[in-house]
Design a protein around this ligand. Structure first.
Ligand SMILES: [Mg+2]
Length: 210
């Protein structure tokens, strides 16, 4: 009888310990989940549009933005298009006409970026290594602007949006122009993007209707 009691007490104590252990474990899991979520939040663009032509330049101006740091490949033209289209040239002229400064910040090499930018007389930063903060600082330096005056436009969460958000810039995500022309590195980034957006969707932080 005494032995039974002792066994029950031992069981009771070990159950409580097990329960506490589980609570602690859940706490750790919860904390990790929370940290992962906040890590993912830095990948949320401030605005999502279909193309650069859908950006409301008047609204940006009203909000006090004076300059645009834009990605090149699959944001302005397809990754394999060497030059600007007439439609894009007209848009870039409109951006300039409205008083915005603009700089292209691209992870691509000098030959690609200068071939695109030189005919348009646009300043650029090549081999930028986005999401590193340095090319964004360099872009703002070229425009002579502060972070609160600068918008970032790009088609990738892990380079354009992450880099811009880390620098506290206003980030705008566009849909990639020609996804089939993307290189190996970008295709890996797209897979990670799908995981990130699916998680953010579950957390209610990524809305389809946006
Ligand atoms: Mg791009």
């Amino acid at each position: 009888m005494i032995n039974d009691c002792r066994i029950r007490n031992v069981l009771h104590v070990s159950d409580t310990a097990f329960f506490c252990m589980k609570i602690k474990e859940y706490g750790i899991v919860f904390r990790i989940k929370k940290e992962v979520t906040s890590l993912f939040e830095v990948l949320i663009p401030r605005l999502r549009v279909r193309t650069v032509y859908d950006i409301d330049l008047n609204l940006l101006q009203e909000k006090g933005y004076k300059g645009i740091i834009t990605d090149l490949d699959n944001t302005l033209v397809g990754a394999k298009d060497p030059l600007a289209t007439p439609k894009l040239t007209a848009w870039l002229e409109e951006v300039k006409r409205q008083g915005f400064k603009l700089v292209v910040v691209s992870n691509n090499d000098q030959a690609r970026v200068s071939t695109f930018c030189a005919p348009l007389d646009i300043q650029f930063v090549h081999k930028a290594r986005k999401p590193s903060s340095r090319p964004f600082s360099k872009g703002m330096e070229l425009m002579g602007l502060h972070p609160e005056e600068t918008v970032v436009v790009g088609d990738q969460l892990l380079t354009d949006v992450l880099g811009g958000n880390r620098m506290k810039l206003f980030t705008i995500l566009v849909q990639p122009i020609a996804i089939q022309d993307e290189g190996f590195g970008t295709r890996i980034n797209r897979r990670i993007e799908r995981i990130v957006t699916s998680r953010l969707r579950k957390q209610g932080l990524w809305h389809e209707e946006e």
